[in-house]
Design a protein around this ligand. Sequence first.
Ligand SMILES: Cc1cc2nc3c(=O)[nH]c(=O)nc-3n(C[C@H](O)[C@H](O)[C@H](O)COP(=O)(O)O)c2cc1C
Length: 361
Amino acid sequence: MENNLTSTPHLFSPLTIRSVTLRNRIGVSPMCQYSATDGVANDWHYVHLGSRAVGGAGLVIVEATGVAPEGRITPGCLGLWGEQHIEPLARIAKFVKAHGAVAGIQIAHAGRKASADLPWNGGAHLSAAQGGWETIAPSAIAFGGELTKVPRAMTEAEIVRVQNDFVAAAKRALTAGFEWLELHAAHGYLFNEFLSPLTNQRTDKYGGSFENRTRLLLDTTRAVRKVWPDHLPLAVRISATDWREDGWQIEDSIALAKLLKAEGVDLMDCSSGGVVPDAKITVKPGYQVPFAEKVRHGAGIATATVGFITEPKLADDIVRNGQADVVLLARQMLVDPYWPAHAAKALGHKLTPPNQYARAW
Ligand SMILES: Cc1cc2nc3c(=O)[nH]c(=O)nc-3n(C[C@H](O)[C@H](O)[C@H](O)COP(=O)(O)O)c2cc1C
C-alpha cells in the first residue's frame, strides 16, 4: 500500500476520505438504467453494478435515485422515497462492498426534466395519459426540445418538502449500507435549476442573487449532513458551467464549493451543462477536467472529474497532475466493466482479481 503523503498519487493509489478508503481513484459514474418498477431496484441493477465492482473500480455510484416519485426522470428510474426501496439496494451495496469497492448512491430530483419517456422510446415528456405527471421547478419555464412540459413554480412549502425528502432519502441510503452519498446538483435537474440564472427567475429568497439561488442546495446539504454520519463522505455533483455567457460560470462553482465545503461536503464531482438545450459544448477527451482542477485549487476541496475519459494514461495523468482526486467513467464502463483491470495492466500495476478469476487476470 502506497503512502499518499510521501508519493505522488496516481490512478491506483488508494484515497481515504473520512473513514472510507477507495482502493483506487477509478469510479463508476452514476448512470440511469431506466429499468426499475416503481423506483425499486431489481436484478438488472444488481448485475450491472455488481459486475463493475468485480471489474476493479474503487467506487461504484448508483444512478440518480429519486427522492420523491415526481422527482424521477422517467418511470423507470430508481427511487428512495419509501421503505420498500431499501432492501433491494441493500443487496447491491453489500455485494459491491464484498468485492472491494465502495458503494455510493446519487440522490436526485429531476425538476422540470422529470416525467420523461425512457430514452429508447425517444425520451420526450410523457402526458398524463401516457403515465406522466406534473413537474415542478423554481420557475414555470419549459426546458424545450422534446421536454415541452411547463413546470409549476414551487411554493416555499414545496421547497421545504423536497429538502425533507432529500434528508429522508439520505437516511434510507444509510440504512441500505451505502458509504458514499452524492447529491445531484448537475445536468439541469432541480438543484441546478435553482442555481442557474437561466432557469431561476424567482423573486423570493430562493431566486435572484447568488446567495438566494444557492440557498436550497446549501440548506439541503446542511440538513443531509446532520443525518449522514460524520465518518462517511458526502459529495455533490455540479454542472460547473452552463456553457452560456449569461448562465452559471466556473467562478460561481468555485464560490459554491467553498460554501459546500463549510457545510461538510468532502468532494465536488464536476460535470457541466444540461441546464438549457442550446449550449455550445466542445466535447473532447477530458474536456471537463479543467473544471475539476479549478474547483480543486480554487476552493481547496477534493474533486472528481468525468467526461470522455477512456484512456488509462489520461486518467492516470489527471491524478498525477493534481487536477482531480477521483476519475469517473460512464460510457466506457458500459463497454468494459473490466476497465480498471485493463488500465492496471496498461499502466504496469497489478490488481488483485477475485479468486474466481485469478487464473485469467
Ligand atoms: C446511460 C447514461 C446514464 C446516465 N445517468 C446519469 C445519472 O444518473 N446521474 C448523473 O449524474 N449522470 C448521469 N449520466 C452522465 C454520466 O455520469 C457522465 O457524467 C457522462 O456520461 C460523461 O461521462 P462519459 O464520457 O464517461 O460517459 C449518464 C450517462 C449515461 C451514458
